[in-house]
Design a protein around this ligand. Sequence first.
Ligand code: C2E
Ligand code: MG
Ligand code: MG
Ligand code: MG
Length: 289
Amino acid sequence: NIAKPSQGGFSFYDDGDESRVLRRDQMTRAFIESLAKSRLSLVFQPIVSYSTGRVVACEALARWEDSTLGTVSPGEFIPIVEDNPMLCEEFTRWVLLRACQAARVWNDALEEPVKVNVNISATELYREGLIGDIDAALSSAGLAPELLVIEVTEQALIQRIDRAVQALEMLKSRGIRTALDDFGTGYSSLSYLRQLPLDTLKIDRSFIIDLATDCTAREVTRGIVNIGGALKINVVAEGVETEAQQAVLGDIGIEQVQGYLWHRPMACEALGEILMRANACRDVISPGG
Ligand code: C2E
Ligand code: MG
Ligand code: MG
Ligand code: MG
């Protein structure tokens, strides 16, 4: 902070800074309490296979409704959580366990497996205990490692590319899948992509928004699909909102899609019904009939 002149002389903060610091403080304390009392929740957003209409995975997204602060969006509380390593660790464990438990419940009722995607903060990927926490969540929920997808951002991977490769290899050796989230918004180069053992690239919403109106966005998206094909990495388009965008994606040949056009994030209870309808259910549909 730079000292700036104020009416009474020099101070480090103006009123705006001060209230921001206070709000952050208040939020951190409130979040710690909410986490301890399990007042956070997870919603799940399906990722759909375009050609079959089936749900292939559901992404877990954290929600926080505080008694005094009201609804706080992940865009606001995730950076606060990430500023507190101990809190972030605890939060990651909570998300992992809840997500794996939910996936176990829906997979018990389904013929075809539906994976669960979990977002992991950049700093968490490098934490030594993360693998142990993932193992613990999987075994406590009784979920097969193959049904878990860890989503990381480019920011997480480029900080220490060697460590990132190590961490992803570790996940891969356990059968856990990995996805690169918000692809195209960070700084990853093709040489990074080639080194990283990734299963999936998720093309950021910012590319999808312009798809129907801007042929540059379309060609860039086509390029990403070609790169994915060359590297044998599955490509997902995120943030698909309109039929026009979906038409272009279908034309480009993107097989997996996620966005409000298909499904909004929803509570696990509501998800069950969607999965039953979109995917075969063991109890209702017998093999071959
Ligand atoms: P993300 O992982 O890229 O998740 C996609 C975000 O886009 C979600 O926002 C989702 O609700 C939203 N979205 C999905 N489809 C559409 C669409 O068609 N249109 C629009 N406008 N938005 C769409 P959300 O839930 O607010 O989460 C924002 C970000 O916060 C996530 O981005 C992720 O980076 C982070 N986040 C959320 N939950 C967690 C968590 O449990 N752990 C960590 N580390 N980060 C999380
Ligand atoms: Mg994500
Ligand atoms: Mg994303
Ligand atoms: Mg994002």
